[in-house]
Design a protein around this ligand. Sequence first.
Ligand code: FE
Length: 169
Amino acid sequence: MTRSQRAAPPITPTVMLRAEVALAAVPEDERVWVPQAPGVEFRPLLFNTVVGQWLNLLRVRRTGVISRHRHPGAVFGYVISGRWHYYEHPWMAETGHFVYEPPGEIHTLAVPEGCAEMITFFNITGAMIYLDDGGQQIGYEDVYTKIDMCREHYESVGLGGGFVDQFVC
Ligand code: FE
């Protein structure tokens, strides 16, 4: 009997499997949104502490510049509603658009006049480094600072700090 004629070993279920996640991305409970800046909130979906990755929705309810930033890792986005753009690029991210942001790029996120609300799903790995116009660092975020922000917010709105734990893997 050749090697290829032998029966393959059965594939069996993993015992120590993490629980799956299936939820309404846009939550019914407004308290799930975590304030990030005036008019800017995020809704956590998954915090991957092994590779330093976080997946969330970003909701912006103001126009103009939201942030200038650099991220050392790639960012993938999907626009759920509204529209936004980067001053450094000619395109507009419209509802239903997919966006890929290469590692190392510096860009200025802005929401145009007339857009009352934008919600975008972002998959970020590494860090967000916030910059002023002169390129000086004025802020920093990674998977752990995001978890800390959530814990503090959920504690303050009565959901309990442990509410964030469901998103951490
Ligand atoms: Fe970006």
